[in-house]
Write a protein that binds this ligand. Structure first.
Ligand code: PEP
Ligand code: MN
Length: 341
């Protein structure tokens, strides 16, 4: 990373950028309030030979020692990234983003009912899967484009931005047309081609941690999205595989403060998929708020017993208002207001 001197001019910044580009490294210019930093990702020896510190306006060359680069807090030297998603502020420590909705869009009525209920209870965004990653190929895989259209109608009725999963690059155009936030599911965290497609859609990306991925691997996966030119990535801890089988996955709450130290990106928690049991979801959600998460994403269903996917972990719609009040009260204890428009 090259940190320019505080008075560097546009022309001086451009001259450094151009010289870096000749070596074939990936260049990102990051204007800050005081100084502009230029990230140069690639062969460090090639960059060292350029003599950038001697160029006019060129300040310090600071090596980035970590294996992840664009996601690293070393690179973004002027504080955390704060996203504005349809007026909802995500990241930065002042807000708590409550994303709620069904695991899967099953019918229009089901989705609209849940959307209206979560909106009334103070949710920031609506979640819902139209393309579902299923462990068995014989399980219900979602309504596809018809599901996206239902989500778009729910957004029209409630004003809530929609979060939905991109499962396959073939669906990228349809997802880009309908989604406000593009989710990459845990099973695709290391699908590098899909990460690059997601980074090109011009939408914020919600990147879930893989079932057995380390936090360094998560941040390198985020680099795949960020290198396509977006800075709008939200990370999501959703539980990992461990020897413990009592919960569906082991929620790694330590990941949140660790990520806060090592990345500038917002971090949220999915207590539903971690728990696998609705009776545990509120405790995990309160824990997420307490350890500094920027929000949560939870599943809600009118009749979870009839749900086509993930019934046992979905909160009942009628229980959601109390759940939301409790969790937002815990977020308020750590100085966060709801991320609403
Ligand atoms: C989901 O959020 O719908 C989902 C399938 O979650 P995950 O990818 O974390 O399993
Ligand atoms: Mn689910």
């Amino acid at each position: 990373m090259i940190v320019m001197t505080p008075h560097a001019t546009e022309a001086e910044i451009e001259a450094v950028r151009t010289r870096l580009a000749t070596t074939g490294v990936h260049v990102v210019v990051m204007p800050g309030e005081l100084t502009t930093a230029i990230g140069a990702i690639g062969d460090p020896a090639g960059v060292a030979e350029l003599g950038l510190e001697g160029m006019s306006g060129g300040g310090r060359v600071v090596p980035i020692s970590r294996p992840y680069k664009l996601a690293s807090s070393e690179l973004y030297h002027e504080g955390p990234t704060i996203l504005d998603i349809a007026g909802r502020s995500v990241g930065g420590g002042d807000t708590f983003c409550l994303i709620a909705g069904p695991s899967t869009v099953e019918t229009r009525e089901q989705t609209l009912d849940v959307a209206r209920a979560v909106k009334a209870a103070g949710a920031s965004m609506l979640r819902g899967g139209a393309f579902k990653p299923r462990t068995s190929p014989f399980a219900f895989k979602g309504l596809g484009v018809a599901g996206l259209e239902i989500l778009a109608e729910a957004r029209e009725q409630t004003g809530l931005p929609v979060v939905t999963e991109l499962l396959d690059s073939q669906h990228a155009d349809a997802i880009a047309r309908h989604a406000d936030v593009v989710q990459i599911g845990a099973r695709n965290m290391q699908n590098y081609a899909l990460l690059e497609v997601a980074g090109k859609l011009g939408k914020p990306v919600l990147l879930k941690r893989g079932l057995s991925s380390t936090l360094e691997e998560l941040l390198m996966a985020a680099d795949y999205v960020l290198k396509e030119g977006t800075d709008e990535v939200v990370l999501c801890e959703r539980g990992i595989r461990t020897f413990e089988t009592a919960t569906r996955f082991t929620l790694d709450l330590g990941a949140i403060p660790w990520l806060k130290l090592h990345t500038h990106l917002p971090v949220i928690v999915d207590p539903s998929h971690a728990a696998g049991d609705r009776r545990l979801v509120e405790a995990l959600a309160r824990g997420a708020a307490a350890v500094g998460a920027d929000g949560i994403i939870v599943e809600v269903h009118d009749e979870p017993e009839q749900a086509m996917c993930d019934g046992p972990q979905q909160l009942r719609t009628r229980d959601f208002p109390r759940f939301a009040t409790e969790v937002l009260a815990h977020a308020a204890l750590v100085g966060r207001r709801p991320a609403t428009a």
